[in-house]
Design a protein around this ligand. Sequence first.
Ligand code: KG4
Ligand code: ZN
Length: 345
Amino acid sequence: MSRDYLLAIETTCDETAAAVIDRDRRVLASAVASQQLVHERFDGVVPELAARAHLERVVPIIDETLDQAGIDPATELAAIVVATEPGLPGSLLVGLAAAKALAVAWQIPLVAINHVQAHIYACQFGRTASIFPCVGFVVSGGHTNLYACESAEQWTYLGGTIDDAVGEAFDKVAVMLGLPYPGGPHISRLAAEGNASRYAFPRPMLADRSTLNMSFSGLKTAVRYQLHGVGKSDWQANQLTAEQRADTAASFERAAIDCLVGKARLALQQTRLERLCVGGGVCANRLLRHELKQMTERLGVELLLAEPELCTDNAVMGALGWEKILRGEFTPLDIDIQPGLLRGK
Ligand code: KG4
Ligand code: ZN
């Protein structure tokens, strides 16, 4: 029997996910167990709770996915694909340990992938021609990075946030406005009713054309100062009028998106690559999608955006593993996790 499927496992942050995908990138089964209920009362991901929630969920999610796919893992899987970098250490360990155990039990190869690259590879779905070469841009809760992606193997880090990821800024501003976690989608909905010109929030590093680095921490603080006044901390979100809240959300969203779109444009101009691929949770944002479309149309380059349901963490984007399987690039079973982002490759 030919081995036409891969099982992908994703546990880098706070979603436990598994998927079975065939060689033509058809998704036979996919399941995501969200940890939103675990973390929402803390307004952010608590790493140890995330790891423990993965531990509870990883086996049931894999079982559910294999049942849905209706395949025999020991005879029909070509490999087990697992994201081993970057991410929260405890979370990564759970996924990798599960993947190693199954690889040994079923006697099939292991393939380690990079989660950030997988976010960009989500753009490959719905398309037969390769997405490479392209500028890859990941905009998520943990990452905001630009890459020159010559091929599936050849990635060069171009620049990225020097402090907070853009999604983290969305989530923190949402907390300031009394919105639930994760705040990105809530900010986006509130912003649609607001005036984006009401507050002149900064666009850190946007004007500096010598760097593709970005910064979102100062923008977040500027929103806080606008709401509280400098130095005060006794402010309550419900003291704001509905109009002030919507205008704050809109002005913040506009500033953050100006920074993202400006640096993506600069990356396209500097690399002269003619395609931009964007993935990660914040890529679900409607205004960002619209602005990227306008910018790339003006430059005359192709834009590929991950489908909204493939923007936030999922295992389907583990289809990236096929690129390695087809090159015969398997991972030794003594591999460790790599929590940090490697900027050198
Ligand atoms: O890719 P993801 O699930 O996790 C990481 O790998 O980090 O991204 C989650 C992030 C959260 O910060 C969430 O608020 C943000 O994506 N997000 C959005 C939207 N949908 C999700 N941010 C802005 N607008 C949205 N519509
Ligand atoms: Zn992610």
